[in-house]
Design a protein around this ligand. Structure first.
Ligand SMILES: Nc1ncnc2c1ncn2[C@@H]1O[C@H](COP(=O)(O)OP(=O)(O)OP(=O)(O)O)[C@@H](O)[C@H]1O
Ligand SMILES: Nc1ncnc2c1ncn2[C@@H]1O[C@H](COP(=O)(O)OP(=O)(O)OP(=O)(O)O)[C@@H](O)[C@H]1O
Ligand SMILES: [Mg+2]
Ligand SMILES: [Mg+2]
Lengths: 254, 254
């Protein structure tokens, strides 16, 4: 039975999509069967994995009447499948709010996918609205990317409160998978100051692998590829491979 | 009569808050009377201007029964006032959706403020939900920060559609104030490639002043100050002063 993991943080631009794409691709290279579900109306995970809008999407799964297999794009990268987001997801928030058991919709829809994958990652939008609540309710754990910048520290309290709320009301199994430091720049004092604060706050939940700021990481999406397939020798590719190893190490023990 | 301007872009982390704070501070230094309204539940504009949670906030203005003057923090910087956001704004989206004329609430609440300020800037969250709709409905124009990164290009179509929707249905005066290129790094090909795309798309709406990536800009919020007050000689402070001059130039003609 595969593990479902939300990649979430309501602070914008902290590396949620970049982590969903690149951690997944690194695990796929290790021949783990991976599914990425993009529930962000911006659809960055989808385009970052070369999705060209041509089939049923996560909107059709949640609100329309598409069956799960119709929404899955197979092998965007070997061993890596995608349920893409399209622009019609923009209206989904209001529609979901009016549905019965609105927090459980994604959980029900993807239940059958669990047995087909080792890991399922859900790329969340930068809000704590009904889409993110659906992801957290459907998940076993939450991966929290934290950018090494001051504002990124501010929202962590609110995120933890929301995780606790979901755990108490919708999903008692929800735990924290871990915290990933992103866009770390070894030349800046600020990066290390933020990293220290995050370690104080989250202790051993923080992955020891840091993702350094690396231009190849931000270039890769314009080629529709994970950084590993765009430039395997880059710092970014190495960091995400290292993260994948550490992630597997943490999940083997259980 | 003051001009109301939303700082909006649903892409996360593109410099909305940084622009709201630093453009406002630069205009205040030019002795323009400025009000910043923070409607992002993260409250980054509020903390970036040293707000310590102690009085009625934008939540109380929108949903509670606070009067406008009770919610305004005077002179966080000389000539610069703030209506802060606090954590209770997190629940506001759902509450607003159930109110009568829900898109017009902010517009009504701030109408009296127009005569007291030259410019009112509204810092929006990274979504196109009801809070951003309220800001766009209350505004004369929209300032769009665009980070010089690939993903930042993707959401622009969606943002323009939403602006047009608001213009057609809720606020026929809404126009585009301009597009600001942020976190530009002259050493990266990617920055110039994105800048060229943005200029092709928005033409003369793009401010010629580019905001360069500059660590002093990201350090300033941890001191609760705009970059101009934190390090007046930094590249970031110069860029925002230049932007303020260009902004005033565009607004003088009218
Ligand atoms: N390690 C890195 N080095 C350089 N650039 C990076 C790195 N990680 C992410 N980026 C870039 O930073 C920007 C923000 O990252 P990303 O879009 O993944 O964040 P996000 O949290 O998914 O944003 P949103 O809140 O809008 O969903 C992107 O342009 C991305 O390419
Ligand atoms: N010119 C710049 N140079 C360096 N860092 C910058 C610059 N502009 C913004 N930043 C940093 O980038 C991060 C994102 O900026 P900011 O928080 O202003 O974006 P935002 O669009 O308001 O994000 P959100 O979508 O979460 O509201 C912040 O940590 C900020 O300090
Ligand atoms: Mg994203
Ligand atoms: Mg912001």
């Amino acid at each position: 039975r595969g593990k479902v993991i939300s990649v979430a943080n309501q602070k914008g631009g902290v590396g949620k999509t970049t982590t969903a794409i690149n951690l997944s691709a690194s695990l796929a290279v290790a021949e783990k069967k991976i599914l990425v579900i993009d529930i962000d109306p911006q659809g960055n995970s989808s385009s970052g994995l070369s999705f060209q809008n041509s089939q049923p999407s996560v909107y059709d799964l949640l609100i329309g009447d598409a069956k799960l297999p119709e929404t899955i794009v197979k092998d965007v990268v070997p061993y890596l499948d995608l349920i893409p987001a399209t622009i019609d997801l923009v209206g989904a928030e209001v529609e979901l709010l009016e549905m019965e058991d609105r927090e459980y919709i994604l959980k029900e829809r993807i239940e059958k996918a669990r047995s087909q994958y080792d890991y399922i990652f859900i790329d969340c939008p930068p809000t704590l609205g009904i889409l993110t609540l659906n992801a957290l309710t459907a998940s076993d754990s939450v991966l929290i990317p934290v950018q090494c910048e001051y504002f990124a520290l501010e929202g962590l309290g609110q995120l933890l409160k929301t995780i606790k709320l979901v755990k108490d009301r919708f999903n008692k199994n929800l735990s924290i998978e871990g915290v990933i430091l992103t866009m770390y720049d070894a030349r800046l004092k600020l990066s290390e100051q933020v990293a220290e604060e995050v370690r104080k706050y989250f202790e051993d939940k923080v992955f020891s692998t840091k993702i350094h700021r690396n231009v190849r990481v931000s270039e890769a999406p314009s080629h529709g590829k994970p950084v590993l397939m765009y430039d395997a020798l880059s710092m970014g590719a190495k960091n995400y491979l290292e993260l994948a190893q550490e992630f597997l190490g943490r999940n083997k023990k259980k």
